[in-house]
Ligand binder design. Sequence first.
Ligand SMILES: [Zn+2]
Length: 146
Amino acid sequence: MIKYNLICRHDHDFEAWFSSSSDYEEQRKKRFVQCPYCGSAKVEKAIMAPNISTSRKKEAMASRRKEALAMMNEAAQTIRKEIEEKCDYVGEKFADEARAIHYGEKEERAIYGEASLTEAKELHDEGVTIAPLPDTIIPDPSKKLN
Ligand SMILES: [Zn+2]
């Protein structure tokens, strides 16, 4: 149950209980929510201290976003570390090496390296299984988080 402070168009304020916010919207649309003083169905939620709640919400959202970003960075770093430890770095020869392995010209092994977008697309079209390395996501300091 949610209690709402409501206000009618004649500025009568009163309280009403609803099972949920959608229940409130539903009842209000059907004009079931009426002012106990004048019977008006033109009612709205009375907003309590909007400035405080808005800035708190923004703060909470910004910190949640920062947390999510930190988690993604960590995950990306872990994956990169794993790849760097377990795979052979072939640098700019990545496309050639990946192809050679794919067509059985070289022994199968895990490699990583640099490939241009065009090379990556060609490999993909040839059916060579490749995946981009996750980049560490660095938040742009010029963009505010809220
Ligand atoms: Zn009223």
